[in-house]
Design a protein around this ligand. Structure first.
Ligand SMILES: NC(=O)c1ccc[n+]([C@@H]2O[C@H](COP(=O)([O-])OP(=O)(O)OC[C@H]3O[C@@H](n4cnc5c(N)ncnc54)[C@H](OP(=O)(O)O)[C@@H]3O)[C@@H](O)[C@H]2O)c1
Length: 327
């Protein structure tokens, strides 16, 4: 079968198309014939060595894939064969024509939702919904959504008012992404490529404060935001560090302002993320969450897809599609 082998840790060029043996389902696994494989931002970090990989290369890269179940292991209900699903691998093996994954990772794709859209929206929505639940917005509060045009930020922006935000202030990089964040539901957008963007935020707020920060950028700017947050009530939810470092916020920073910081990552968080999957696909199928697909590229263009993501040009998810009938 066709697969993308990560030959080493490094730049996008380490993702190489190869012919490899197809996987067989382990006892508690399914094998799907993949039609749509989302390229996920954290995958670029695993490839580059910024995040720990869990096993040494060479290995077949990738986390998630969508399509039809082709085979099940002996402990798995055979009724799954032929079902349209998205699966999450144990960390490797999704950039391939056939993908083995634990049967308990299966999320069924509802009628009316394409496998491309399901693949594109699953991660974004599944992180956004637990974040919004954790925020417990009251109906009258102001939120700050970082990197709001794409990825998890795009789902947060689409859903924030439904979950109780009154005013949605967003950040995005450049005018095109700012326009997209506005279209998705942001009331005001600040360009986070401006190194003084937290000062622009202060001007935008005009004396008001932010009740909830969905922090994807982390680093030093997280500390700059604390004085713009509502004392005694402000909550910062840290779920990413696009700047390259987690939020540089200390306990005393928070205590002296009566703020809270909630970490939204790690194994228990990811269990919550996984549980949100079905609701996210149902919502997308009903038209309540735009999957925002930038492009569907042939699987053998995985390295190009990583390059595009690292250049920050896509306005939506890049989805890889194996060439039909290659195996
Ligand atoms: N905790 C969790 O459960 C979880 C799960 C998945 C991902 N994550 C994390 O969440 C964050 C966002 O992931 P995603 O999948 O939603 O990404 P994404 O939106 O698909 O892609 C990254 C976006 O972030 C922006 N960006 C890139 N570098 C940046 C920087 N240095 N400063 C500010 N913005 C930058 C770019 O937008 P602009 O062009 O607008 O700058 C780009 O469109 C990442 O840190 C990721 O690792 C967390």
């Amino acid at each position: 079968m066709q697969a993308i082998v990560m030959t080493d840790i490094g730049g996008p060029e380490v993702l190489v198309a190869r012919e490899v043996p197809a996987p067989q389902a382990g006892p508690d696994e399914v094998v799907i014939r993949a039609e749509a494989i989302p390229v996920l931002y954290p995958e670029t970090k695993l490839r580059s060595g910024d995040f720990p990989l869990g096993a040494p290369p060479p290995l077949i890269f990738g986390f998630q894939a969508a399509a039809v179940v082709a085979e099940v292991g002996r402990q798995v209900d055979p009724a799954l064969i032929g079902q349209r699903v998205v699966v999450a691998t144990k960390g490797f093996g999704a950039y391939a024509e056939f993908v083995a994954a634990p049967a308990d990772s299966v999320v069924f794709i509802p009628d009316g939702l394409s496998s491309v859209d399901a693949a594109a929206v699953l991660m974004n929505g599944s992180v956004a919904i637990p974040l919004l639940e954790t925020a417990t917005l009251t109906g009258g509060e102001t939120v700050l959504i970082q990197a709001a045009a794409t990825g998890i930020g795009s789902s947060l922006t689409q859903l924030a008012k439904e979950y109780g935000a009154a005013r949605v202030v967003a950040t995005a990089g450049g005018p095109e992404k700012a326009a997209q964040a506005r279209n998705l539901g942001a009331d005001e957008v600040i360009d986070h490529n401006d190194p003084t963007w937290t000062m622009r935020l202060r001007e935008t707020l005009g004396g008001a404060t932010v009740d909830v920060v969905f922090d994807a950028i982390g680093g030093a700017t997280a500390a700059e935001l604390l004085d713009l947050m509502t004392p005694l009530r402000g909550r910062m939810l840290g779920y990413g560090w696009l700047s390259g470092a987690p939020a540089q916020v200390s306990a005393s920073d928070l205590i002296m302002r009566g703020l809270t910081f909630t970490g939204c990552a790690g194994p228990d968080w990811l269990d919550r993320v996984a549980k949100a999957g079905s609701a996210v696909l149902a919502r997308a199928a009903a038209g309540g969450l735009d999957p925002l697909v930038e492009a569907v590229l042939p699987l053998d263009q995985a390295s190009r897809a990583h390059r595009l993501l690292e250049d920050r040009t896509p306005l939506g998810k890049i989805v890889l599609r194996p060439a039909p009938g290659v195996s």
